[in-house]
Design a protein around this ligand. Structure first.
Ligand code: BG6
Length: 514
């Protein structure tokens, strides 16, 4: 494909607007945690480096441990050193950024700590002149409701002359009831348009390109429906294990960790109708409609529409790795699923009868996230099957990561005499790397910036999260009523349990070999 001009600043070019946010203060709750160090601070530093942060921007790290501003700054510097997308850190940029980094020690439950936060903010704001506030809940989820309540009590959730917003990290509830409860609590402290529920997949460049690909091109949308599409496969494969997050993962499993949020987001973008405009609510209205049209799975059918698995010991890229049950702080008889294959239907005019297959797992052979649209075969085959295999269907695959791109598979005649006509699948490829000199900005950079700009398109709305849970919850409840699985049932470094292949073959289909 044609090589375009290289793009050296994907955020600046990729953002819908090139506006700089208004001056503001970001308060990170859980500032000594993993997310702050691995994602938030490195993302903020890179925004500073790109000149995308406003003047008068400050960060207040709110956490329970006692420490000085100096110690906080030096810890954050090590975190940025280690995790920044761009390396090495540029000293002048870091120093400028760090001079506006403050630490605030308090329990999340202590009203006095929040009153003191109000004073600390007033002090910073009197210097910067910026009264806009963005809160980031990067704590364990059990504190979300408490913090929202304390902010409200301290009069910190609304301001007549400036904006106040709150970003909430996943996991957003454990099931429909707890998500709805959390939404009620958040919405009693903040209006819905102040709440930004983050799903970092929505910040990925390639995920946003799904909408551009579908709606900025005339040739795909007419065939994007049940008349031409046989089925859709969404894969979120990871080769990593649980990375020391045993206690969290034990309660989550892949269904809560990936499928309810990231995979359902990919599904809604791939399947939604064109929005009336590209405004946040117009886009999210269409996503919600798709999620609401997903056919519910009855409790007793949970095992018919899903295959669960758990990895045992194995090898990834030649390196031996332990089984899930041997991971740190995981029960030796754990029944948590680390793999899930799922079939669903979207009962609307566009998709009636088209199965969507989702699979996700840890410790699969390689990391790859893609959406593959598998088209129907031509109505009549003029060419006999050759070489013992039938002609393969056309597949349009959108690779979200790691080799970002889009490719279309079609059959081509293998050069040779007509009498021995042979057809082989070939691919037409678009790769971000080749076309744009693609250097993906981290999803958190984009999402932090969008929240500061007040654009909620890439954040999940209350009804969206609840609609995804409404589909997922009965599956989890159905599993609870069924026989425990014989785990482990796949070797680390393989593509999941055999039952997942049988699940597909019993529908006359097969998983894509990635
Ligand atoms: C997180 C999950 O939300 O997404 C992790 O909690 C998972 O378990 C991660 O590894 C995957 O994100 P990415 O961006 O690496 O695909």
């Amino acid at each position: 494909m044609t090589v375009q001009e290289p793009v050296d600043n994907p955020l600046r070019v990729g953002m819908r607007s090139q506006r700089t946010p208004e001056p503001n203060t970001l308060v990170i709750f859980g500032a000594t945690g993993d997310l702050t160090q691995r994602k938030l601070i490195p993302a903020l530093y890179n925004l500073a480096l790109e000149g995308l942060l406003p003047g008068g921007f400050s960060v207040v790290g709110f956490a329970r441990r006692s420490k000085t501003n100096e110690l906080f700054r030096s810890e954050m510097k090590s975190a940025a050193d280690q995790h920044s997308r761009t390396k090495p850190l540029q000293a002048s940029v870091w120093d400028g950024f760090a001079s506006n980094l403050h630490y605030h020690q308090s329990e999340f439950t202590d009203p006095e700590g929040f009153a003191a936060l109000a004073n600390a903010l007033a002090k910073i704001e009197s210097k910067t002149g910026a009264c806009n506030r963005l809160y980031y809940l990067a704590t364990p989820p059990s504190y979300y409701a408490e913090i929202a309540g304390r902010l409200s009590e301290a009069g910190l959730t609304r301001n007549d002359t400036a904006w106040t917003r709150i970003i909430v990290e996943k996991p957003f509830g454990r099931d429909l009831a707890s998500a709805a409860e959390l939404n009620r609590t958040l919405n009693s402290a903040f209006d819905e348009d102040q709440v930004y529920r983050i799903d970092h997949y929505l910040g990925k460049e390639t995920v946003q390109n799904i909408l551009v690909f579908r709606f900025a091109n005339g040739i795909f949308e007419p065939i994007w429906n049940r008349r031409y599409i046989d089925h859709v496969q969404i894969t979120v494969a990871e080769s990593i294990g649980v990375e020391g997050r045993g206690p969290y993962y034990e309660r989550a499993g892949v269904i809560r960790d990936i499928v309810q949020n990231h995979a359902m987001q990919l599904l809604s973008l791939a399947a939604m109708e064109p929005p009336a405009t590209f405004e946040p609510n117009a886009v999210r209205d269409e996503k919600v409609k798709v999620l609401r049209a997903v056919r519910p799975v009855a409790l007793e059918d949970a095992d018919r529409f899903t295959v669960r698995g758990q990895y045992g010991p194995g090898a990834i890229s030649g390196r031996k790795v332990p089984g899930y049950r041997e991971e740190e702080r995981v029960a030796a008889d754990s029944t948590t699923e680390t793999y899930l294959a799922l079939k669903l239907f979207i009962d609307n005019w566009r998709w009636a009868g088209v199965p969507f297959y989702i699979r996700s797992g840890k410790r699969l052979p390689k990391p790859v996230t893609e959406i593959a649209i598998v088209f129907r075969q031509p109505p009549l085959s003029l060419f006999p099957a050759t070489g013992g295999s039938s002609i393969e269907p056309n597949v349009l695959s959108m690779t979200i990561q790691p080799d970002e791109g889009i490719s279309l598979k079609f059959g081509s005649k293998v050069p040779g005499p007509q009498a021995a006509l042979r057809i082989r699948p070939v691919e037409m490829d678009f790769s971000y790397g080749t076309s744009f000199g693609f250097a993906a900005a981290d999803a958190y950079e984009r999402l932090l910036l969008e929240a500061m700009l007040g654009d909620s398109t890439l954040f999940a709305r209350r009804d969206e999260v609840e609609a995804a849970w409404a589909f997922i919850t009965p599956i989890i409840e159905g599993w609870a009523n069924s026989e425990p699985r014989r785990f482990p049932d796949y070797e680390a470094g393989t593509w999941g349990p055999d039952a997942a292949d049988e699940f597909m073959s019993s529908d006359g289909r097969k998983w894509r070999r990635l």
